[in-house]
Design a binder for this molecule. Sequence first.
Ligand code: ADP
Ligand code: MG
Ligand code: MG
Length: 909
Amino acid sequence: MEILEKVKTRVYKFGNKTADGNSKMKNLLGGKGANLAEMSSLGIPVPPGFTITTEVCTEYNTLGKENVVELIKDELEESIANIETLMGSKFGDKTNPLLVSVRSGARVSMPGMMDTVLNLGINDEVVQGLAKKTNNEQFAWDSYRRFIQMYGGVVLGMKPASKEDIDPFEEIMEHLKHKRGIKLDTEFSVQDLKDLVYDFKEAVKKRTGHNFPTDPWDQLWGAIIAVFNSWNGDRAVYYRTMHGYPADWGTAVNVQAMVYGNMGENSGTGVCFTRDAGTGENVFNGEYLINAQGEDVVAGVRTPQQITHLGSQRWAELAKIEEEDRLKNYPSLEELMPSIFEELNTYQNVLEKHYRDMQDMEFTIQDGKLWILQTRNGKRTGAAMVKIAMDLLKEGMIDEKETLLRIEPNKLDELLHPIFDPDALKRSQVIAQGLPASPGAATGKIVFFADEAAKFKNSILVRIETSPEDLEGMNIAKGILTARGGMTSHAAVVARGMGKCCVSGAGALKINYKTRTLTVDGHEYHEGDWISLNGSTGNIFEGKVATMEPELSGEFAELMTLTDKYGQMKVRTNADTPKDAKVARNFGAQGIGLTRTEHMFFEVDRIKAMREMILADTVKGRKQALEDLLPMQRSDFEGIFEAMEGLPVTIRLLDPPLHEFVPHQLATQKELAEDMHISLQAVKNKVAELEEFNPMLGHRGCRLGNTYPEITEMQTRAIIEAALNLKARGINSKPEIMIPLVGTVKEFEAQEQIIRRTADVIFEERNDSIDYLVGTMIEVPRAALMADLIAEKADFFSFGTNDLTQMTFGYSRDDVGKFLPVYYEKGILKVDPFEVLDQEGVGQLVRLGTDRGRSSKPNLKIGICGEHGGEPSSIEFCYNLGMDYVSCSPYRVPIARLVSAQAAIKSTM
Ligand code: ADP
Ligand code: MG
Ligand code: MG
């Protein structure tokens, strides 16, 4: 008996209101393919086509071209035949030809990452047939020259020779335009286009040594393989690494019948968004061009027109274009082709409702008929992300839980960045105006090339237009400014995705790459000059404009209120100053999880007293110096307690090795010797004495307090007296005194005794008292192991996962930079364990410490105060362990509040 094995499908068809796949199959069909299938099934007009699965890409990477061609040949031919039937034309036919596009599409959209080839299947004979069939020679030859240009660039590697050069095909076109005295591609005559095709093919032959492929099937295979290869191209690899997408996802390939936006005045192409991707405002918007194809709109060569009448008016105002001029030269689609606009408007509504999220769509109008070529959940800024989610909630499209889950935690960061100070703005000189492509405030020095973005600490990338090669530099730059391109240009779309400030299409800018200058109104700016961009208005300013802290307001504030409804784990902050404490409290911090007392000692007026304390030879001398420090510490604590009124404040006793405080330079050592009336040699001896082989494992943490109990006494006094002083002023404070680096129960006990005894003395002195807690950091592996015994004594635990990671891995945090890059490269480590908590290893100690601690004290209060307290995956881990709170830097507080809510929601799903 024959065993019938089900043959795996590698090619999925769509078109004519049906499809083999659907939008849930993104992993297999890629985002583009899955949505094309879904749209086809929804009855939306998409040109028929098929998707070669992402699995084939992976097969290609292991099996190679020959084998993969063998694997999919039959399915591919059958699928082309299907398109031929639906379109009533034939691939490669000389009288009635079918042309196709070959489009990449990974499971998540990677704008501009992978390459697309349009008008494939054309050659010297097919072009004649196409001209005759459509009775449009201009269109046929325009399509042919576009095909050679794209295929040459994508498949045959015809790229600019150096960064100062332009695309080799563009160069040929520029040359011809100059000769003919024309400006736009649309002005070429049929003869010009024929000449271009000839010249393009010559250029290909010269550069590659081969004739341009004429056989449509060869062209098709070449393009498919090129799409597979582009998955491992530099740009794609960079984008993948930036977002942590694994290499084995692969990309799908979509082959689809061409529809032509370049057939004349009754044709066109465009891009649209169901809501504003920059601000989130619920207005349909987008751009289009008449008699254009594919990327023309985003390439920014011609000035795109707006889709809606409203958008067009807003645009004209910014571009300083009179209404008359606007209507004549840049009418909206709504005005120019009202019925097409209505149809498009219907589809955008249908699609947004269907996907229940803002859609980013592509469309083409071929001779008065509308086709939709793509839809996807649109990339957006952090501000738009929040507004859209909250609006969808209010519109009843999604529920509260989904609203919270829709928010990408790290993207909230954008809303916490500084904004321009309105006063400083008024005083600043606007040098030009562009389009508000991606909101934000950016100040930096001008650079003209993406690969030079790192030249200055703060740079603004200034380009005529950007291209996918510029991605890395765009990410490094503080802001992006382009002379060309609209709201849907490459620069605009990518910047919004990154949440980076961008002003696009500032036509008044004259940029010269060779001389590295930017000229506006006769004024010249050079590389390294400061400029500032307001991505929300499109204003470009000369010089450096001052910024200020943002506020939680509007939808952002509403979202944060919503997080409190679902979040169970509290969020505290790490703050050493009243200022930080206030910032964090405004962001919703519910207390302080870590105040590092040593930072206070580094201030000029204090470091001297601190040094005198350290250098003192006797207990008496040390106490004397500590007396000087006491009032300073006390007033610091008063400030912090006041800022955090009524909320718990965890204060960690002195932690770092003492040698960090003593002077290592001769001049300062001399000064100190004089101040203290001791010899220079005595200072030098003491400094040498404090030198340690492994300071991180040396005389620090509670080892200090246990060898110098006076320090613990002074700090306790400062804390308790501060709280009593506030109490006298009617302000409630909740100090939690935290002992660092405990490894044995005895270490804890000895410190606790000093603290309690000191507090009792003060209570007696003052004849008053306050409540306070004494707890410990869990940051030495031994403490995690001994947690049950320590918990019998301690009021609370706070996991110090910086030190715990350091000691568990045995990696010095300060030296890890030397080998981490190699470890990433070799795949030994995927992420920096100091950034993302190593749940697998270090996490075991955290879990064990939590469980053992609670085994002897079930209500033990437990939190985390390492850097990990602000990192989303680590926060979720802490929630799942049942921690009471996470503590993070002030600017991470909103992010942690969101993740705390998300973790709670996820745990019920
Ligand atoms: P990307 O992923 O970079 O957006 P796409 O595959 O979407 O690349 O295609 C690039 C451009 O070509 C888009 O503007 C798209 O609308 C257009 N395009 C793709 N396929 C076709 C087609 N079959 N007919 C007409 N235009 C197409
Ligand atoms: Mg696209
Ligand atoms: Mg520590």
